[in-house]
Design a protein around this ligand. Structure first.
Ligand code: IPD
Ligand code: CA
Ligand code: CA
Length: 266
């Protein structure tokens, strides 16, 4: 597999889908709810997903695809594409200009390529395993802060927050006072990439899905950062991923604060 060639293709697909998302954001958007009444899917999520899945099927017909809206195509392949066609759907519906397209490629369970494109900012984050992380062709690296009161961290809250005690509210209260600041952007992929380029010093969240974080995780690690994860059940019975990202020191500081409330990370 020529990963440089695959990367080139994926970047092109992400740009194409980004243009469509920009074009449609000011028009009337059809939408409905999914796992809870605050978990939305729009016609633009579905269209974006169709375009990306069609490209994967055209270029790499043997590969399997795990994509947010249409589940897994069960093929016996060592390669699995993990796709979030529109990360930040609620932002998109509210015309908040932070949303992105996240595409990762896994080989035998290991992420080998990740692309996150933020159309409104025209920011293309990408990485091939072992070859560093880039933002618009400039190499990026995580920040070097070593105390929480110097850090701006990002976080988010799961869609089942109203009915689950594992909703990050207690963690948030325990951590927020220690920080320089906290941000909630509404897109996990953007949060991870913002850690990778040192814009945010760290990020934690509960109950992500693989498509929210697969590409961003690789990009953070290739930018010299650390990402730790653990598993948790969501209220709808599906498996969620708890995550902390940042430089090694920040991850250990956040992990300590998180584990004071719930022992999510060993
Ligand atoms: C969501 C965003 C959000 C995070 C949620 C995700 P979606 O993805 O990444 O920041 O807090 O857990 O599900 O639904 O906009 O693709
Ligand atoms: Ca998502
Ligand atoms: Ca999505």
């Amino acid at each position: 597999m020529d990963l440089q060639e695959i990367l080139h293709n994926v970047i092109e697909w992400a740009r194409e889908v980004g243009k469509i998302q920009l074009d449609k954001i000011d028009k009337e958007i059809e939408y409905s709810s999914k796992s809870t009444n605050v978990d939305m899917v729009t016609e633009v999520d579905l269209l974006s997903e169709k375009i990306i899945m069609d490209k994967i099927k055209q270029y790499y017909p043997e590969h399997s695809i795990l994509s947010e809206e249409n589940g897994e195509l069960n093929k016996e392949s060592d390669y699995v594409w993990v796709v979030d066609p529109l990360d930040g759907t609620n932002n998109y519906l509210h015309r908040i200009p932070i949303f992105c397209i996240s595409i990762a490629l896994k080989h035998l369970g290991e992420t080998i390529l990740g692309v996150v494109y933020v159309p409104k900012l025209d920011e293309m984050f990408y990485s091939i395993k072992g070859e560093g992380a880039y933002l618009n062709d400039t190499k990026i690296k995580v920040g070097d802060k070593d105390a929480l009161d110097q850090c701006i961290l990002a976080t988010g809250f799961p869609y089942d927050k109203k009915v689950s005690e594992h909703n990050n509210v207690n963690l948030f209260c325990n951590i927020v006072k220690e920080l320089q600041g906290v941000r909630r952007t509404g897109t996990a992929a953007f949060d991870l990439c913002s850690v990778a380029c040192g814009r945010f010093d760290g990020y934690w969240e509960l109950k992500l899905s693989l498509w929210d974080m697969a590409a961003g995780e690789l990009i953070v690690k290739e930018a010299g950062g650390e990402v730790i994860t653990s598993k948790i059940n969501k209220e709808d019975g599906t498996e969620g991923i708890n995550i902390i990202a940042g430089n090694e020191k920040v991850v250990s500081l956040v992990k300590e604060k998180v584990n004071e409330i719930h022992n999510y990370f060993n």
